[in-house]
Design a protein around this ligand. Structure first.
Ligand code: FAD
Length: 433
């Protein structure tokens, strides 16, 4: 690859990297450009290129990367998982996100859920090589975008101010009844078959009085909204989910109400932060590479753009930002995956995961912006992919928590917990036992 690998990669690492890059170049990229130009309703039809990507991806097994090998996942090191995610982000931020959210219900069920759920849902999803199963992640609600993240705080007074959740769950015998609505921005919702859903207890006082469950989206009482028409990330359809008295069995509850629910939410956000961080680095790299090759070709003032000092300096600054972000996200991902997936300790550090996501998101936008500037007017033309990368980088500043709110939350954590452990590690390990 064109960027220096400071960690010495094994032959196996190199082969894997080449394989994923090939998938990104040959399958993801062309489909993402096609999808970006289609109407929202067209993108979700069965003959859409979206499903072609998913079928190919499932054959290669990239949906299994966050499942431990002994549970039927792929035997990968944390570094290899990072490499896969960065390459997917290089291919397409939207499709990488779709591949990421597909894992959420099933990987959470494998890592944190009851054994019967593993047999019933995780095994068929793991074995699926035709794209029959597709997960999504229902967190945000019309009234609770940033609030859902802020609700993680333990300050009861503050959390109480955020009010009632829209999606609520009520126990009825050995079933749960789910009602309410998730926001219009749930990635892949229009095409998903299962949702990893956060619901507040009907009589819960705060959003933290909740549970995480899996809802099959063909269940009675589920309705999907129309796919949203967005500025960026158009290659992954977003849409609302409505639940009207939907009944799920107790076994579909991955994390029950109680002490662990907040820890789980935090750990899940650590994993998604690493994913978003790696995708952001991949996207930044894609924008940089486009700008570099354009600047080598385009002649102005009698010489290629790269010979102008301001362009050279800009390209260097882009390189520096990408390498810095990449190194940090990679290290945080290695640590986070080791704690959550390999050692199953559920005590990864949210402030580090957030810092990795925030930093990578921020530099992805700066790099995409600079890359577009290097293209001049051509950068605004749809003839070149750089305008899509720029729009995707813009969407990234909001997806999975706005950079401002993520920064405020990480800042709160630094101020409150800098000198101490974030978790009561003993309490968590007892819960696991
Ligand atoms: C492409 C994309 C994909 C997404 N995918 C998913 C998904 O798969 N599942 C899902 O559940 N959701 C998803 N979302 C939703 C996403 O998580 C939310 O959009 C995000 O958390 C922000 O919420 P909001 O849009 O309601 O903005 P708001 O929360 O309304 O924020 C509006 C503005 O106010 C600021 N703000 C809000 N609260 C505070 C505060 N307390 N202090 C300071 N500033 C504040 C924000 O920074 C922002 O600038 C996705 C969004 C996008 C754009």
């Amino acid at each position: 690859m064109k960027f220096l690998d400071l960690d010495e990669l094994s032959d196996e690492d190199k082969l894997l990297k080449e394989e994923v890059h090939r998938f990104a170049v040959e399958v993801m990229r062309p489909a993402s450009i096609e999808l970006d130009r289609m109407e929202p309703e067209e993108r979700v039809k069965p003959n859409s290129p979206y499903f072609r990507v998913f079928r190919e991806m499932k054959k290669l097994g990239y949906h299994k990367i966050t499942i431990p090998a002994e549970m039927g996942g792929v035997d990968l090191t944390p570094l290899q998982r990072y490499m896969i995610m960065e390459e997917l982000g290089w291919g397409s931020l939207g499709l990488a996100t779709a591949i990421g959210v597909d894992q959420i219900p099933f990987a959470c069920a494998a890592l944190f859920g009851p054994p019967e759920l593993y047999e019933e849902l995780v095994v068929p999803w793991l074995e699926d090589d035709k794209g029959k199963y597709h997960g999504c992640w229902g967190v945000t609600e019309p009234e609770h975008g940033s609030d859902y993240l802020i609700a993680l705080r333990e300050d009861e007074e503050l959390v109480r101010k955020f009010g009632k959740g829209n999606v609520v769950a009520e126990k009825d015998g050995d079933e749960w009844i789910i009602s309410g609505q998730k926001s219009a921005w749930v990635s892949s919702a229009p095409v998903a078959t299962h949702c990893g859903l956060h619901a507040q207890l009907k009589d819960g006082k705060t959003l933290l009085d909740g549970l995480f469950c899996i809802v099959p989206l063909d269940a009675d009482g589920v309705r999907k909204g129309r796919p949203a028409d967005m500025l960026g990330m158009r290659d992954d359809p977003q849409g609302e989910l409505f639940f009207d008295g939907v009944r799920i069995p107790e076994s579909h509850v991955v994390v029950a109400p109680g002490f662990f629910y907040g820890v789980f939410l935090d750990q899940l956000l650590c994993l998604t932060s690493c994913g978003m961080g790696a995708f952001a680095v991949g996207l930044a790299r894609a924008a940089f590479e486009e700008a570099l090759s354009y600047a080598r070709e385009r002649v102005q003032g009698g010489v290629p753009l790269v010979r102008h000092k301001n362009i050279k300096l800009k390209l260097y600054e882009m390189f520096e930002k990408i390498e810095t972000a990449r190194y940090y996200v990679r290290k945080v991902t290695e640590y986070t995956h080791r704690r959550i997936i390999d050692e199953r300790t559920a005590d990864a550090s949210p402030r580090h995961a957030r810092a990795a996501q925030i930093y990578a998101k921020r530099i992805a936008f700066e790099v995409a912006n600079d890359a577009l500037q290097i293209f001049g007017a051509s950068g605004l033309s749809r003839e070149f992919i750089i305008e899509k990368l720029f729009r995707d980088a813009r969407a990234l500043q909001i997806e999975d928590g706005t950079v401002e709110v993520l920064s405020l939350e990480a800042g709160e954590d630094v101020v409150e917990n800098y000198e101490k452990d974030y978790y009561d590690v003993e309490k968590i390990s007892k819960w696991y036992d």
